[in-house]
Design a protein around this ligand. Structure first.
Ligand SMILES: Cc1cc2nc3c(=O)[nH]c(=O)nc-3n(C[C@H](O)[C@H](O)[C@H](O)COP(=O)(O)OP(=O)(O)OC[C@H]3O[C@@H](n4cnc5c(N)ncnc54)[C@H](O)[C@@H]3O)c2cc1C
Length: 496
């Protein structure tokens, strides 16, 4: 008889853990509260438009990258899935002049130099930094002591690259956004960086992202979130796994220091092991006695939530002339909770028939910043819907001003707030990633997947390694199953 595993949550971490555990011979049931799987990795249809909610660029989309092997192992990607890498990947509109950032770093360098030859030294230094960082891909390693069909080792060349770039990375990690920008004299280039680099996180995360894109990774799998998730679900079910949708877990049952089952709709479901993949910051909700661990305390202390108001618009106009990610400076900043939004940008799906019919365009805008308490208060005061409408109106006015062909053409409006993410995915403060601190990023060390003194329980999910995102969900799902294999003496079935 195979050992039974219950996975709580059918987001990317839960589905990944499910496939890995099935391949290792466990009897796996995933319990997902929502009516579809995928969690934050999702899209939704409104009228003629499909709005992409959770995937904009994917680490490991490039064939040959270590994380790509993992995506293929769980069935998320295969040779039939086209990967889009549109160019430029971002464009800033500087008083009507486009400033473009391309994956091709030489192209970016010469393009920026054309705007400002007097900034050439600073532009060249930036290009060189991106080039060096582009050699730092995400490594895959195995849990010490796990028996695996094939060991994943960190290549010596990657270790060497980390070693030789660490000094440069540390230096960049200490530079604030404004200090970095001050090296450039051209106002448009300064504004471009101001628009794409978060003030609180500094230049470092932007550099890492740019490096990933410059390597040819960070593409967009055709069709986005929904087919991506469906391919993993299909793989899981083909292997004999059970996915129960609309099945919220109320509680994990712990007896004598061991997780032995879960409560669903007041009924007990017994199991041998439980893998919890819901937001670790909200872990206590699933336990009668909240689990205790010093690393959980550290996580609670250090986690700064990344969240957004997601404004999705269906526009009856073809915006193919605009970049995939198009940003400009607002004449009048938009106020949202405690944030002042000075730059507005959208993800543009023009020309992609998955998202909109020909001649029409779906755009999505992420207004990031901690607005959770604002929306909570609006809900309590009964003005939640009004506030959503107000923010949508401000965004529409700003877009119409910047792009006159959209005037009067917005026909669908959909606003999701942090409360929406909290309601649908159970995320702590509706947050779907963790703010990056350079310190954590340089360490790249995940929080443990286990809690001392509580056996039979494994944890996975975006929160276990800042900044989170899809590859972290995947890798932590994999790691939870490595712990499971190690504890049960099973052979871990590795990626080929
Ligand atoms: C607007 C936006 C843009 C993003 N862009 C990117 C991007 O470009 N690249 C990238 O890598 N990442 C991106 N992300 C982040 C990424 O989508 C998430 O980090 C990732 O999907 C998290 O996966 P997860 O499985 O860890 O958690 P979740 O997606 O939160 O999954 C948890 C699952 O558990 C379920 N659940 C919760 N409570 C219970 C319960 N009690 N019982 C049963 N089930 C339960 C939830 O319904 C959910 O399905 C983006 C996210 C958003 C919202």
């Amino acid at each position: 008889m195979s050992k039974r595993v219950i996975v709580v949550g059918g987001g990317i971490a839960g589905l990944s853990a499910g496939v890995y555990a099935k391949k290792c011979g466990f009897d796996v049931t995933i319990l997902e509260s929502h009516s579809i799987a995928g969690g934050n990795c999702t899209s939704w249809r409104r009228g003629d438009y499909l709005f992409e909610g959770g995937m904009h660029w994917l680490t490991g989309s490039k064939n040959g990258e270590p994380v790509n092997k993992l995506w293929r192992h769980i069935g998320a990607l295969d040779n039939s899935v086209e990967i889009h890498t549109r160019e430029p990947f971002a464009q800033y509109d500087y008083k009507g002049t486009p400033i473009k950032l391309s994956r091709n770093i030489d192209l970016t360098m010469w393009h920026l130099a054309e705007h400002s030859s007097k900034d050439f030294q600073a532009i060249r230094a930036m290009s060189e930094a991106v080039r060096r960082v582009s050699k730092l891909y995400m490594p895959i390693s195995d849990l010490r002591g796990v028996k695996a069909t094939k060991k994943q080792r960190i290549p010596a060349s990657l270790a060497f690259n980390f070693l030789t770039t660490s000094k440069m990375l540390k230096a960049y990690s200490k530079v604030s956004r404004e200090e970095y920008i001050a090296q450039f004299k051209h106002e448009g280039i300064q504004e471009t960086f101001r628009a794409f680099v978060e003030e609180k996180s500094g230049f470092f995360p932007f550099l890492m992202t740019f490096g990933t894109l410059a390597r040819g990774d960070g593409g967009f799998p055709e069709g986005g979130s929904l087919p991506f998730v469906q391919r993993i679900v299909d793989t899981f079910e083909r292997l004999g796994g059970k996915l129960l949708l609309g099945t919220p877990v109320e509680r994990v049952i712990v007896e004598n220091g061991k997780a032995v089952g879960v409560m669903v709709a007041g009924q007990r479901m017994d199991t041998d092991f439980v893998i919890v993949t819901t937001d670790t910051m909200a872990l206590e909700q699933l336990f009668e006695v909240p689990p205790k661990a010093s690393w959980l305390d550290e996580m609670r202390r250090e986690t700064r939530p990344t969240m957004c108001v997601h404004v999705a618009l269906g526009i009856n106009a073809d915006l193919s002339a605009y970049a995939e990610r198009y940003v400009w400076k607002l004449e009048e900043p938009i106020k949202l909770a405690d944030e002042t939004i000075e730059y507005l940008g959208f993800n543009n799906y023009a020309g992609d028939t998955t998202y909109n019919p020909p001649g029409k365009t779906a755009v999505t805008i992420h207004l990031t910043g901690n607005s959770y308490d604002f929306w909570k208060a609006a809900k309590a005061e009964g003005c939640y819907a009004d506030e959503k409408q107000k923010i949508a109106d401000k965004v529409i006015v700003a877009i119409e001003k910047q792009i006159p062909e959209t005037k009067g053409k917005v026909e669908v409006v959909d606003v999701a707030t942090p409360l929406t993410y909290e309601r649908y995915c159970g995320n702590w403060k509706g947050s779907w990633m963790t703010e990056m601190t350079t310190d954590k990023m340089l360490k790249m060390k995940p929080y443990p997947a286990v809690i001392d003194g509580l056996s039979g329980l494994y944890l996975a999910g975006q929160r276990l390694m800042p900044p989170g995102g899809l590859p972290v969900a995947l890798m932590t799902g994999r790691m939870a199953v490595q712990h499971l294999c190690k504890d049960t003496g099973k052979l871990f079935v590795s990626e080929e």
